[in-house]
Design a protein around this ligand. Sequence first.
Ligand code: ADE
Ligand code: ZN
Length: 329
Amino acid sequence: SRQKQMLQEIPKAENHIHIEGSIPWALALELAEKNHVKLPVHSTEEIAVWSQDLISRKGLDGFMICDRTLNSVCLHEEDYEAVVLALAKEDQRQNIIYQELHLDYPLNEERGIPLKVVMEGYRSAQKKAKKLYGVEIVYIAGLDRTLSSERCLSFVKALRPYLDMVAGLGMDCEENGHPCIKHLESYREAKEMGLFLTAHAGEDGGADNIWDALLKLDVQRIDHGCRAAEHPELMEYLQEHQILCAMCPSGNVYSGAAASFEAHPLLTLLHSGVPVSISSDDPPYTCSMTEELILDAEKMGLTEAELIQIIRNGFAYSISGQHLLPQFD
Ligand code: ADE
Ligand code: ZN
């Protein structure tokens, strides 16, 4: 249809996607073979069945098992580079011209990979993505919130040599039992370093966690923020302070954070004046950003004006993509 074509062709900015959750399955299998890493799955068909089973049984925790398992195939600088370059090539196909990628180094640290290996691979990919595919990539360092406050703080401190490539700090992984406030010190440090601050909150945790992220960690953005829709005061705060909720409806439906597309809180937030954008989160498990927009438009009944507003927000509320707005308009 005409709307589908518009969504495919319009220049897009993606605010919320995780490298470790976005490794194309065929590439993950290739790297596993090259690096002699044993996986519990051996074909893309097996990965589809295995991941759907985990996510439907365990929700967000199931997602994280998939992320950790497939990310274990990355060992060398060139592996990390290859993953981001594969994402950038796909961006070009979808006309995503600006993308904010969460990188969760701690998932790699757990396997003994030095920070330098991961970051140099990602830095090289960032440069090549611009040259080869015309995609501007901005990294957000992600804290695996399940790790100790001390370990997360030392990760933040270790980012100092990489401030030319990392623009923000985020917090992700399993939210239940790991409230935002646990990482207050990391956010203080990151703020001092001049990083943009965001956090996953209100995904499978409650509204209190969104309030803590806003009032205690001083974040400038909320990733997901689903639970805000049940609290008028919270929506008013988000609207007043123009805090973007970087939402990923498919992921929320698959993980059970939203009951259905029709019941997804995005429309409530949008109609309350809260800035929202739409992203894919972990595209191999959900779908591409473009497919996500098409699906949400259809299932939520988004108007063309609403779709344009949402896509525009991706640039307007981005960390450093505002200069691309003329290309969008
Ligand atoms: N890491 C990858 N995907 C995630 C999600 N949906 N929520 C939290 N952390 C994640
Ligand atoms: Zn996420």
